[in-house]
Design a protein around this ligand. Structure first.
Ligand code: GRF
Length: 208
């Protein structure tokens, strides 16, 4: 099977990037990271992959006069490295409809809540504050809305009475790492079928 080329967009800690790198290195995911792009030169994500044979690019918003120019620079990097699937892994910027339409159903994001509940920032705090008894993680395709695209995978974790934002976020983060790798693998195996906004997971192909 030809390896699909991923472009991973990061801004910070990079633990989901790490999970993807680890899965590829352990042959649990047949894919190639074509480029990691960060909008933050100090992102820990970049430190995690320093010394690995993975191309990186720093594209800082402040170096561009407008958002379209900033996004054009990201697209240039993605094209340069022949990226087929854009993986948002803690990328802290909202992408424009123009960017999203350039990669229709080819941008994935992970969100630390069970969408459509608690979209946007601080999802774990939102869940705690609301008082839900389960939360979780959602991998979805990115559309023009805020965390509103077709849902690929979701899994739940309990919310305990004595949870703080940190303990709940940690529990969800463990799940995120497994879930994101699974979703990217399904994409790479051609097993994601989208009908309207419903995603169906196809059975494994024979002989692949
Ligand atoms: C994760 O919680 C993810 O769900 C959210 O941003 C965080 C990124 O963490 N979109 P990391 O940079 O992958 O460690």
């Amino acid at each position: 099977m030809r390896k699909k080329v991923l472009g991973v967009l990061v801004s910070g800690r990079g633990s989901n990037l790490q999970a993807i790198v680890d899965a590829i290195n352990a042959d649990r995911l047949v894919a190639k990271i074509g480029v990691v792009i960060s909008d933050n030169p100090d992102a820990n994500a970049l430190r995690r992959i320093a010394g690995l044979d993975i191309p990186t690019a720093v594209v800082e918003r402040k170096n561009y006069a407008s958002k379209p120019e900033f996004e054009a620079a990201i697209i240039e990097q993605l094209d340069l490295h022949h990226v087929e699937l854009v993986v948002l892994a803690g990328f802290m910027r909202i992408l424009s409809p123009q960017f999203i339409n350039r990669f229709p159903m080819r941008i994935m994001n992970i969100h630390p809540a069970l969408l459509p509940s608690f979209p946007g920032l601080d999802a774990q705090a939102q869940a705690l504050q609301y008082g839900v008894k389960v939360s979780g993680a959602t991998v979805h395709f990115v559309d023009e809305g805020m965390d509103s695209g077709p849902i690929i995978l979701q899994e739940a974790v309990p919310v305990e009475d004595d949870d703080t934002v940190t303990t709940l976020a940690d529990r969800i983060l463990h799940l995120e790492h497994r879930l994101y790798v699974r979703a990217v693998r399904l994409y790479c195996e051609g097993r994601i079928h989208i009908s309207g906004r419903a995603v169906k997971i196809l059975p494994p192909r024979q002989n692949s």
